[in-house]
Design a protein around this ligand. Sequence first.
Ligand SMILES: [Zn+2]
Length: 64
Amino acid sequence: MAKQTDFAEKAKKASAERGIKCPKCGTVKVPTAFINSVKTEAGTYKFNRQLVQVCKCNEKSVYA
Ligand SMILES: [Zn+2]
């Protein structure tokens, strides 16, 4: 079990080092695919997939 914990900690640390730290909340931003439905002029909907950097500041608005 100790080995698994080590691995998890290392993976966590690695992603933390790669990520961008938010200067406001200090949380590492996690890139999350966010799908937006946008109404077109024709009245139909199309889906926009965008990558959003999620940290504590905006996680509530993103996951709501
Ligand atoms: Zn933040």
